[in-house]
Design a protein around this ligand. Structure first.
Ligand code: ADP
Ligand code: MG
Length: 458
């Protein structure tokens, strides 16, 4: 009570008489219960409420950053019992939710890509600083650089490093609560919790906060996608503070350093700059060769005996994106199997045809859209084209249809044939469904706008 800044606006005698005798009795969910211990309580409570309720709320919000409700309760057994009942009911529910959260955590652990470890990460001049910082954080979470902010362009290894940190920590201590999420997942979960909590039911939000505030290590990938979303930034700000104060490790990735993210709230920018900022740039030729060789080793591709000059040809031509570097190797092997021709430079040239210098002024084509959607959902392009009707694939396919129509003027029929020979009415149905679903599904809207930004960053 003394810490509340009410006293500035009060005379000494008022402060001593009304405020000092108050005690915080309990905080249950979003309500602070304040015990009024004066004699003849009944009359005073009305007075205190009228005069001090608002200043109390403001003052508490100032200190905690959370808008709590404030209730004054008289110091008598029957009133206190009522509060106890509320508290017990809440604790029971919260315990049930925490149990559910533990399961959630397990699922998200399983979501880490097993191939993204420090062992499979090639260190070069372009990433050695980011790599060393990540390893230090993995060895001593919460103790060295907090937060660790990794930034760099698309396909340069940010996600790979983040998963490596998570694997490393969990391997050393499987009991550690390590939570890896994309900023998209964070936003969509928040949207869902707010939506299902609208009817005065605070539990979804309580569960959301408990989930994110009870971790030892929080990794948020691609933070650039929450920029400009006010309520998400706000919630993330509080999550950040909560974890940081408690000495829990936070790791953030982005396509830009904090100072270059124009619409980032100043208070978040400051916090991102508290720890260490490490960049990953494009790999040089030697590193690109080393990455190709590492991939041959870890994917057991030695049996294809890819000649050195073919690897050099790929490493010379693919410069700015490691995902494409790997992709061209995969494509080369696919072509080899298809044509049964010798693996040589001319086959490699064919594999690279669509990939050479694609970055500048990339044209938005339906093919690019389909590839980006498949990458976003971790579904292969051939699955998108297939007859598969599982929910995730169908949804991704509908989104691809919708974006082809929204971002290009490709006819329905062409979109259909690019997506595995579907007819134009199927595509129309998919597009219409997405447009309609987006109207009252904010998390779908969020996901689609993120994919759109991945296709066309401007
Ligand atoms: P980002 O998250 O920065 O867009 P990713 O982490 O998804 O990039 O990396 C793209 C692909 O390149 C992944 O398959 C990843 O394993 C691979 N990769 C990136 N950097 C390296 C590296 N230094 N060594 C080995 N593979 C790498
Ligand atoms: Mg990534």
């Amino acid at each position: 009570i003394e810490n509340l800044r009410l006293e500035h606006s009060l005379s000494d005698v008022s402060f001593k008489t009304w405020i000092l005798p108050l005690k915080v009795y309990d905080v249950i969910e979003n309500t602070v219960y304040i015990l009024v211990t004066l004699d003849g309580t009944g009359d005073y409570i009305d007075y205190i409420e009228k005069k001090y309720l608002l200043p109390f709320k403001v003052s508490i919000a100032e200190i905690t950053g959370i808008e709590y409700d404030v209730k004054f309760i008289p110091d008598n057994p029957s009133e206190l019992e009522k509060v106890e009942e509320i508290a017990n009911a809440h604790r029971k529910k919260a315990a049930a939710h925490t149990k559910k959260n533990d399961n959630l955590l397990m699922i998200e652990r399983a979501n880490l890509n097993p191939r993204y470890t420090f062992d499979t990460f090639v260190v070069g001049k372009n990433n050695n600083f980011a790599h060393a910082a990540s390893l230090a954080v993995a060895e001593s979470p919460g103790e060295v650089y907090n937060p660790l902010f990794l930034y760099g362009g698309v396909g340069l290894g940010k996600t790979h490093l983040m998963h490596s940190i998570a694997h490393f920590i969990l391997e050393k201590d499987p009991k550690k609560k390590v939570l890896y999420v994309t900023s998209e997942a964070f936003t969509n979960e928040l949207i869902e919790s707010l939506r299902s909590g609208k009817t005065g039911n605070e539990l979804p939000m309580t569960a959301f906060r408990e989930k994110y505030r009870n971790v030892d290590v929080l990794l948020i990938d691609d933070i650039q996608f929450i920029i400009g979303k006010e309520s998400t930034q706000e919630e993330f700000f509080h999550t950040f503070n909560h974890l940081h104060v408690a000495g829990k490790q936070i790791i953030i990735s982005s396509d830009k350093p904090p100072k270059d993210i124009e619409t980032l709230e100043a208070r978040l920018r400051t916090r991102f700059e508290w720890g260490l900022i490490a960049d990953i740039s494009a790999p040089d030729y030697e590193t690109r060769m080393a990455i190709l060789k590492k991939k041959i080793e870890s994917d057991q591709l030695e049996r294809y005996h890819i000649p050195e000059d073919v690897l050099q040809f790929i490493a010379t031509n693919i410069k700015s994106n490691i995902r494409e570097l790997e992709g061209s190797l995969n494509k080369l092997i696919a072509l080899y199997k298809l044509k049964n021709e010798e693996i040589n430079i001319s086959l490699a040239a064919e594999a690279l045809k669509d990939l050479i210098s694609p970055d500048e002024n990339r044209k938005i084509t339906p093919e690019l859209i389909i590839e980006t959607v498949s990458e976003h959902f971790g579904i292969s392009v051939s699955d998108l084209k297939s007859a598969s009707r599982d929910a995730k694939t169908t949804n991704a396919r509908h989104i691809a249809m919708y974006l082809c129509r929204a971002m290009t003027d490709t006819p329905l029929k062409t979109v259909g044939s690019l997506l595995g020979g579907r007819d134009h009415s199927t595509v129309k149905h998919g597009v219409d469904k997405m447009s309609k679903d987006m109207e009252n599904n904010d998390s779908l809207k969020n996901t689609i706008s993120i994919i759109q930004k991945k296709i066309s960053p401007l």
